[in-house]
Design a protein around this ligand. Sequence first.
Ligand code: NOJ
Length: 536
Amino acid sequence: MSGRSSGGGPWWRDAVIYQIYPLSFRDSDGDGFGDLNGVISKLDYLVEVLGIDAVWLSPFFKSPMEDWGYDITDHTEVDPLFGTLEDAERLIDEAHRRGIKVIIDYVINHTSDQHPWFLDSRSSRSSAKRDWYVWRDGRDGGPPNNWVSVFGGPAWTYDEPTEQWYRHTFLAGQPDVNWRNADLEEAMLDVVRFWMDRGVDGLRVDAAHQMMKDPLERDNPPAPHDYYRPWRNMGEFDAFIHLYDMADPAVHDAHRHLQSVVDSYGRDALTVGEIHIFDLPEWASYYGERLDQLSMPFNFHLMASEWDVPTLRATIESVLWNVPAGAWTNWTMGNHDEHRMASRLPAGHERLAATLLLTLRGTPVLYYGDEVGMVQGHVAKSRDTWGIQVEGFSRDGSRTPMPWEPGPGAGFTAPGTEPWLPIGPDAETRNVETELVDEGSLLNMYRRLLALRRGSKALRRGSFLSDPASTDEVFVYRRESDDETKTVVLNFSDEPRTVSLSPGRIVFDTHDPGRDASIVGPVEAAPLSGVIVSHR
Ligand code: NOJ
């Protein structure tokens, strides 16, 4: 794919993105940790077998791994756990040779406390880099204000030698950089230039709305009980309304500056911001009034929605309504911070969810392993440093090794090597090799769906119109481009359901790979199944 796509506009409007958590994808050197050569060895699977268009790689930069790479000590070096800079360059080349794009993680809000910038900043109050981070005097013998870290505890740590507190939105080992300092900004934009010069096609911008906070650093008000709908219990972080410790209006200028650097390369690179904001107009403000900020904010609304037809329909329509004219969104059902979708959803709903994700208007973002139905792993010895230890929540469980084949090591690592996280509980039956030879498997359903989307302008680019006659159990919507119409029928009921549609041809059934019939009149959808009908 070149920078512009055949449908006009940037390539990513036509793409399906696949998130790889490199530590868990494929271990090429037998140390139990996935690495970049492991990713390279699976590019043919991604392109020729699965059929995705772009990969997003979680961080592989030099790091003490307190937050598994989201704590960086050198943005321009690859951590030895993952390989070398040459491996990263080769990965980009090999992906491009196969026609797929590479998106990297850009950790904008913080570095590791071992980063030379922070070591310098910490060394004395008069360090030239003191102001590259956020240092403050305390208040009444405690931290400067009541802000708490996402991972629990105060967002400030006292540093004895210089008798000041530094701010950290996440772990104490992840000090926040100060984007209000022009030299820091330039140094961080140089990181972007470094990777753009090496050919990357996009950035997933970590904690993108959190990088700018209230300049007056006012206390956050306490959150009333039940203020947050419990999509995910954030422990102590949920005790406050985050009025002042995120999303300061200055964030929009910072994003504009970043975007202008990316745009200066003139190849329509994608910038997608990790923006956990659920107020839709505010969320949409991250496109910028002139669409001059990030290409798009991550759209977590589907993942956060209640899982029933009326709520999903309202959620989808509200998101699309709020996407500004001329802009584009994305959809996702999972990532390395959330429970695996197969374990979150009610039993038997995976195929419905996959069909929804891959037939909406917007770029789908798949999470590695969801295509074989990976379930949440049980990890006895936590490797995740998220301190809040909220009952029932660990990120380890959604980061377990990709199961490539049955047997010891699951094709992720050498048999006999202990993988960094245990192989998931279902790997013997839910793995690439086993599913590929089973025509009716989930993996083969994903492949059919991805191929259908790739070949259909209506599914990639078409308008979205939901049928007002959709019931509480059956969700019906239409995707339409100039010369093509597709109707998607999703039956959430555990009984068969029949829907009247205009004449057409069944081109996809979640459970019946061979279903291919003309219809004139009603179409039947089996329990918990999806059907796609092509009308022109
Ligand atoms: C969001 C990332 O997705 C998460 O994994 C990480 O722990 C935090 N940001 C801090 O970088």
